[in-house]
Design a protein around this ligand. Structure first.
Ligand SMILES: *Cc1c(COP(=O)(O)O)cnc(C)c1O
Length: 218
């Protein structure tokens, strides 16, 4: 089923859009099944689980961290993460930079933008995003690679489109305002229920869990 689901999604996904398979709560065997189909980018949202899977699974997997990250858990995540998508406070940004200085590693990150999702209050407001990017030079061990967001959890397609339009507008504004941030090029929006809509808003990455692996048991 995993192979079938992946294949179907990949035939619909434009070639420039990266698929991150969100494997949180799913066992190693499920990830390996996707891996054997050629999938290499996976997303996890809990530090302990992230670290355990990163150590146990093939080393050429590209791990994306997509959950809330407390600063006392950085050592579980930063050694393995190819992209931390969920940087949601200045405090976290400072801690990632300090960790990078100590460990001589530059971490690629996305700023999480609070657009729709009422369930989470995580993420920067659009004006906070601009303020953070203004200060980017203060974080030499962080590479600002773009924005991540979640649309409102609703069946109302117009509401979802409204959320995606906001983050896409912000993304374009930021690129225009900070051309010196050369790596600022990624827009991570779209999940199982709304990724086809996200394609209309220039996403460069979608994060899909349930539509690949089935329901999570938690
Ligand atoms: C769980 C999760 C996803 C995937 O959600 P699905 O609806 O299962 O596709 C995507 N992004 C984030 C940040 C998540 O926490």
């Amino acid at each position: 089923m995993i192979a079938y689901n992946l294949e179907r999604i990949k035939t619909e996904l434009p070639s420039g859009v990266k698929l991150v398979a969100v494997s949180k709560f799913h066992p190693l065997e499920a990830i390996l099944e996707a891996y054997n189909e050629g999938q290499r980018a996976f997303g996890e949202n809990r530090p302990q689980e992230f670290a355990r899977k990163a150590v146990q699974l093939p080393q050429d997997i590209e791990w994306h961290f997509i959950g809330h990250l407390q600063t006392n858990k950085l050592k579980l995540v930063l050694p393995y993460a190819s992209l931390v998508e969920s940087v949601d406070t200045l405090h976290l940004l400072e801690a990632i930079n300090a960790w990078g200085e100590k460990n001589e590693k530059v971490t690629d990150i996305l700023l999480e933008v609070h657009i729709g999702a009422e369930e989470t209050k995580q993420g920067f407001t659009p004006s906070e995003v601009k303020a953070v990017l203004q200060m980017a030079g203060e974080f030499p061990y962080v590479r600002f690679c773009g924005l991540m967001g979640m649309a409102s959890h609703t069946d109302d397609e117009e509401a979802i489109r409204g959320d995606f339009a906001v983050i896409k507008g912000l993304f374009d504004d930021c690129k225009a305002a900070y051309p010196s941030l050369a790596g600022f090029a990624q827009l991570s929006i779209g999940m199982s229920d709304d990724w086809r809509i996200a394609l209309d808003y220039g996403c460069t990455e979608v994060r899909i869990g349930t539509a690949i692996f089935g329901n999570r048991s938690y």
